[in-house]
Design a protein. Sequence first.
Length: 579
Amino acid sequence: MTKEITNNRSEKDDSKESSYAYALEASEQRFSALFRESSDPILLSSKTGGILCVNPSFEKLTGLESGALFSGSEGWSNFLLKHDQEALLKNLIKAAEDDQALNTECKIISAGGVSNWYDVSTNPLHSETGEVKGLMCIARNIDLRKLKELKLLEETKELTQKHQRAQNLISRLKKLLNSIAALPDDTKDFLSGVSELLSEMYPACAISIKSYEDVDRIHSVKVDPKESVVPLGPEHPMLHKKLVDSHSPILCNSLKDTPPYCNDTSLERIGVNSFVGAPILDSDEQLRGTLVLISLEPHFFQADDVEVISVLAMLLAGRLRAQKQKMREQSLKTSLQQSQRMEALGKLAGGVSHEFNNILGGILGISSYLISKMDEETSLKDDLMMIQKAAENAKDVTGQLLTFSKRRFIEKKPVDINMVLENMLKLSRHSISSKINLDIELESSQTLVNGDEGQLSQVFTNLIINAAQAMGDDYGTLSVLSSRRKLDADEKLLLENPVFSEHDFIHITISDTGAGVSESIKEHIFEPFYTTKEEGKGSGLGLSIVYGIVINHGGCITVDSCEGEGASFNVLLPVHVKK
């Protein structure tokens, strides 16, 4: 009975072992099938990282055969970069030691040499006793996800950098704004102060600020804080021209690689490698100047510097515009005061001339009568003739004063201004020094005005001779220019007769390169009997007569000058309109 029971148990155990072996074999067959058919690359390795075999998907991906990898003729370095290989092997050993699954992100090099991101899941393989006998590495392609992650990281890094740059920029601009607020109002001193501030911010740069406001009389401000600073030389017109043409900032960090600047031999000769600049544009997009910083070092400037220079250019434009507006208001105030003074002087001169003419008429009449009654031999006749001559000279003066006061009637007809100018230049050429160069540029279209040719000839003869005398025996240039245009708002205010304000005007400019005229002289230059010539060498009526003739022709006359910079007389006459 006992023997039978034992036999029954033995049969059951054999049956159980047989079932277990069958299940194990089936499991291995399923694993083998999954291993072969899996679309994911799979690699089996020992606990120490020795490659045992790989599936077909792995072979297809890397172009490496399982046998070659098992034999050691090919290995990890054939499909992994060095740092990825080290990271994966480290996780393999750790997974075996700790008996846990680990994941490693790395790049696998394909048969075509292209590397893509994969997430390698490392799982321990156990023996029948539960002991770790090897490792299975399954690779899943995560290239798309990884690229998105890297892009997000780059964007985050870029945003962080932008934020930091923005903070730095705000800090720099605050400091700059506070410093600029303390600068003087005078335009020249203001630009000099800005240059000094920039020289502190960019100590190894040359700074060039060019103003295009004639009224400012500023062409460039340079600050050379160090001997090593870039020599600006002739202002490098190409840089400023680019700003003028584009109306937008420029940044060049490699001169030799940036056309058209690489063709500028003057920049290349002194070793310029980078520069940044901005146009000085006001809120009406009117160009008031340019600002350029130049460095000998390549890649010296950053995008932040463009922002700083652009903001600074806006501040400069605002200050230049405000300064010009202030000067314009002052000029209008001065012009109004001068116009009122000239009007008062004209009335006084006209009244005096009229009364004086009555007196002179009596003197001339009596002297003529007495002369007719005198014997030829008497000495009193000579005295009477001297009295008559003096009275006639005085009458000429009163006639000139009447011209200034605009009380002398003139008969007007169409006159070609260009023809008048050409005739006056021909007649005046013999009295102009040979050292003086004539620069003549006359309007090509119609230049007819309604006036008296004799009086207009007197105007331009006077102005041309005065310009020549201002240069004396020195070398210089006498310019005579004419153009046709509309009046601006300021010029319209100078007209005594607003009827002509909307007409086209002929603008005649007669300029010299002489000593110029001071502000104190300009205030009185058109007043009668005011002269800067030596006593006995000028009556002081020349420019007052010019003034009277121009006003009587419906125009206006102004003078632009600074001491040491020559003078320009501007005559504006309304164009003749056919009725």
